[in-house]
Ligand binder design. Sequence first.
Ligand code: SAH
Length: 395
Amino acid sequence: MAPVAVLRLAPGRDRSLRHRHPWIFSGAVARVEGAPAAGATVEVRAHDGSVLALAAYSPRSQIRARVWSFEPATVDAAFLGERVRRAVAARAAMLDARHSGCRLVHGESDGLPGVIADRYGDTVVLQLLAAGADAWREVIADALVAHTGAACVVERSDAEVRALEGLDPRSGVLRGSLREPVTFVEDGIAYEVDVLHGQKTGFYLDQRDNRRLVRERARGAEVLNAFCYTGGFSLAALAGRASSALSIDSSAEALALARTNLARNPALSGSAHWQEGDVFAELRNLRAAGRAFDLVVLDPPKFAPTAKHAPKAARAYKDVNLWALKLLRPGGLLATFSCSGGITADLFQKIVAGAALDAKADAAIVGRMSASADHPVALAFPEGDYLKGLLVRRR
Ligand code: SAH
């Protein structure tokens, strides 16, 4: 259906759209002509009337509209189905005998703003995080089934960001029937995923390549995995023949699943210890107990969702990095991450440098990490580049 409503931009506020950035902030909007419902497609026009894009309208959000298309198009089931098909096809090479999970749709960077879909074996988990995405729930679910052959599509639209869009949390089975436990393999390691209650869609697929890197560096190492969730980096390290892995998380549910995951991989050797606790306190306790490690992984939650949270987040990142470096033996490696949109790669490096200085650790960056290729970053959408990691060697 052709859009009936027009979103007219304020004078001089068309620049980012002309650079194909997909977000239209409320401050850039001069007026809305017509009465579009939340999620309806609107035509976006510059102040002079030239047509710039078709976008999904979100009356409650600071991000007032998200672009579906910069070209003339009809935004309908065929249009969205084609976007889903292309996103799924782009991941074909990432699924093979050793990997049965990956992100299939990565929002804005796949031309589907607010749509996230992750595959775990036969199950696809869908998150709809914006009004436009939410309005096309059934169409997107059908397209995912058609293009993946998945036996089940589960919705996990319970992320807090939905509130900013005026959307209530929603989760449950959308297509097919859910057969639990849901399992998949990553790099030959079997994992169980709690798709209905786990964090995000149940697993942090973005760290796939970085778990591989840790695996390759783990031989013989005593490993500390802080913020371990369901044990991904720990199992990767043990698969790489680490001598031991001590894993810490504050979530008892995550640790229970981590233990289950280890049991699902009887071929893994090395000793595993799971510790429920607060990483900020536990790192200090380990130091007080005289412990030291050859490889430390630090993958904390998003301390700074936006730039406004950066100063407080910076202190938290510095603290955990400082104590991690103190726990690292000379010659040891720290794999340290930030998944905060509000912390740039540059700032993150400065924080880690400050931590090394205060820890009196002479250290050097020997590698840089980002999200795996199934989490692309559209060049016009640098906000998509949220995950940054540094591999640091202590001299
Ligand atoms: N590295 C993991 C993902 C980590 S997500 C993987 O590869 O799967 C961040 C984790 O930090 C979550 O599991 C959360 O429960 C945990 N967490 C958050 N704050 C914490 C704290 N202060 N102490 C310990 N764990 C914490």
